[in-house]
Design a protein around this ligand. Structure first.
Ligand code: FEO
Ligand code: CA
Ligand code: CA
Ligand code: CA
Length: 653
């Protein structure tokens, strides 16, 4: 059998390969030993935070909090793998909107056999990822859904393409295909209403919006106007067309949508130009160019020989006002440039706004941003530019359970200036290299990082890192060849999310707990259906309970598709997980998003039918599932699903 070329999704996974983080930041053990030898041994010389971080103290604190977060109560779904989705008994899973369904007025019918860029610009995009709910009039049955469309998969979107090598794909690609792919990227704003228990998309809504790979956006913050942001189309370095590879995100208390650019390296071309580039090392650190999409064939800005600075204009957090379809999205550069997973956030007890972020690459970092100003909850418009001023930090996890947020501030810390950083613009554009200089901890692919306002805990999803070697393990990344991922819980010192110090512990090491060598640490109360691998997105619901969406399970790897699991975080049931919903074969689950009344959870079923197996190769013409339509000629369609309790009531309570 001939080995087929890799799928787009496989390319995305492979892009997290090592090589872009060349630093040898010392392992935590080395750092601790060095510190101990400088200061002498003994508890008396440890910081209060470190001294409080013994496992016994941790458990005592967890016991204190027990009761603050109620337990889950639902009948578990069954872990398995088949062509459709399944939800816990007593719940309904309704497909709300699919790739190709109308978003804007006058959108044509979905005609998969004859794809059209003009139609796609008015229709729901491909590969829905993050979902945010913005209530209208404070309601839980009427609001806006903001949805990211992360990336496209040509062999599942277009008839007759199949799986081909890069050169053949480049030769065959048409302007029409590229235009359709660009239109299928970005995001959608839809208005949704629940009537008689059923959710509907409001037709001809005045809020409806499609954002694509070509929507005009502005650039704000320290990199605005920077020399490294200037191009021939934008000599001012203040305007950019489109947002790309928008993975997870968040909504803010002032009603905006934060949407995060992740694997943007895949859109850029020209190895020779990259090698000759004045910032060749920086391009390499960011994996540019990866040449997965053929857009450079028709758009000069994706060719490094023609536009050497264009990659610097991607990899940001974008803020969008979903209530105003004419508003111009803003790339908020103060939050740093890297492969952003999400931007979950919390209003700190002193009123400052704190955004937690993961850089999803093997051996990359966990970040947070703390605004300089306090959030004005009474006047939403007063927070319009609050994300432009503040401090970006990167995390160091110490071996003893303590940790420190290291400020990425030009003029502070290790001489950024001596290492080629001329200003704060350089620091945010090349946040990865700035973090390398600070000695941040190299993590196992940080995905979502989400705070729990009830307990002030912060949960970090570390999805996997099969490249970590025995010699590279540390306390925060304790498994070599970490194929199943783990979850870290951070406790900011004093419950203060602006604090530069914290303690941390591992909530769970994932994978099959019945296989000793996997080393999973789920609570023994977890059933055969309840364990999971590869945590990716997460959500803390209104009761303070933690839900985990996964990316990377399959029949072959874990005997189950991806899905949504609930995991207890407090008291003696801490680490007990159970399955609530699972996706069709080939999909990952993204964007769990609860309405404020906890009666609905919206989930994004991304890339159903996507498989890197060669036999059979899953393609538009011969997919391994046709979920959710199951009609001949209709390929699998990424879709948003609304899950409610049959007859009404709170989810899982
Ligand atoms: Fe787009 Fe890190 O998942
Ligand atoms: Ca994804
Ligand atoms: Ca993700
Ligand atoms: Ca992922």
């Amino acid at each position: 059998m001939t080995k087929l070329p890799p799928t787009t999704s496989r390319a995305l996974e492979a892009s997290e390969d090592p090589g872009s983080n060349p630093t040898s930041n010392p392992s935590i053990g080395v750092l601790i030993a060095a510190r101990m030898s400088r200061r002498g041994f003994g508890l008396g010389v440890l910081s209060a935070a470190a001294a409080a971080a013994t496992p016994d103290d941790w458990m005592a604190r967890a016991a204190d909090l027990a009761g603050a977060v109620p337990r889950f109560d639902f009948e578990e779904a069954q872990a398995d793998s088949d062509q459709t989705h399944h939800v816990s008994p007593g719940y309904d899973a309704q497909v709300l909107i699919r790739w190709g369904d109308p978003v804007l007025s006058g959108a044509p019918e979905f005609t998969p056999a004859s794809p059209s860029a003009e139609a796609q610009m008015k229709q729901f995009g491909y590969n829905n990822d993050f979902i945010g709910y913005v209530a209208l009039d404070g309601r839980s049955d009427h609001g806006l859904l903001v949805v990211n469309h992360e990336y496209t998969i040509e062999e599942l979107m277009f008839p007759g393409i199949g799986r081909r090598e890069k050169a053949a794909r480049f030769a065959a690609c048409t302007p029409h295909q590229v235009a359709t792919e660009m239109a299928a990227h970005g995001g959608s704003v839809i208005e949704v209403k629940r009537r008689d228990g059923t959710w509907q998309v409001v037709a001809d809504s005045r809020y409806a919006r499609r954002i694509t790979g070509e929507t005009e956006m502005s650039i704000s913050g320290p990199a605005r106007g920077h020399a490294k942001m200037q191009t021939s189309a934008d000599p001012s370095g203040t305007r950019v067309l489109g947002m790309l590879n928008n993975c997870a995100g968040a909504t803010t208390p002032w009603g905006t949508w934060l949407t995060c650019e992740e694997n943007v390296n895949g859109y850029f071309w020209n190895e020779a130009a990259a090698a000759a580039h004045p910032d060749a090392a920086a391009l390499k650190r960011y994996g540019v160019p990866a040449e997965w999409y053929m857009w450079a064939k028709f758009h000069d800005r994706f060719d490094l020989a023609k536009e050497p600075n264009e990659p610097n204009r991607f990899g940001w957090v974008v803020e969008i006002d979903p209530r105003d379809p004419d508003s111009i999205p803003v790339k908020r550069t103060a939050l740093g440039r890297f492969k952003h997973e999400g931007a979950a956030n919390i209003v700190n007890k002193d009123g400052r706004f704190v955004v937690y972020q993961g850089d999803d690459e093997r051996f990359d970092y966990v970040y947070k941003f703390v605004t300089a100003a306090r959030v004005d909850l009474k006047h939403p418009e007063a927070n319009r530019d609050i994300l432009d001023a503040g401090t970006l930090y990167v995390a160091r996890f110490n071996e003893d359970g303590s940790g420190r947020w290291l400020p990425l501030v030009h003029g502070k810390g290790p001489s950024f200036a001596a290492n080629g950083f001329h200003d704060q613009g350089d620091v945010v554009i090349y946040a990865r290299q700035a973090s390398d200089l600070l000695g941040a901890t190299k993590m196992d692919r940080p995905e979502d990082v989400e705070a729990n306002p009830r307990t002030n805990s912060v949960f970090v999803m570390l999805t996997n890192n099969s490249k970590r070697k025995d010699t590279q393990v540390d306390a925060a990344n304790p498994r070599a060849d970490n194929r199943f991922g783990h979850i870290i819980e951070i406790k900011p010192d004093g419950g203060d999310h602006a604090s530069e110090t914290f303690t941390w512990d591992i909530l769970v090491k994932c994978g099959d707990p019945t296989i000793a060598e996997v080393g999973a640490t789920f609570n023994p109360l977890t059933t055969k259906d309840g364990w999971f691998a590869n945590p990716d997105n997460c959500a803390v619901d209104a009761l303070g309970r933690l839900w985990i969406a996964t990316d990377g399970n399959s029949a072959k790897k874990t005997g189950r598709t991806d899905g949504l699991w609930a995991i207890e975080t407090e008291g003696e049931r801490r680490g007990t997980s159970r399955l609530f919903y699972r996706v069709p074969v080939g999909a990952e689950l993204c964007g769990p998003c609860f309405t404020p009344d906890l009666e609905t959870v919206f989930v994004a079923v991304q890339h159903p039918g996507d498989s890197d197996d060669d036999e059979p190769a899953s393609t538009f013409d011969n997919p391994i599932t046709r979920w959710p339509d199951f009609k001949d000629g209709v390929p699998p369609r990424p879709s948003v699903v609304a899950i409610t309790r049959s007859g009404g009531g709170k989810i899982g309570a």
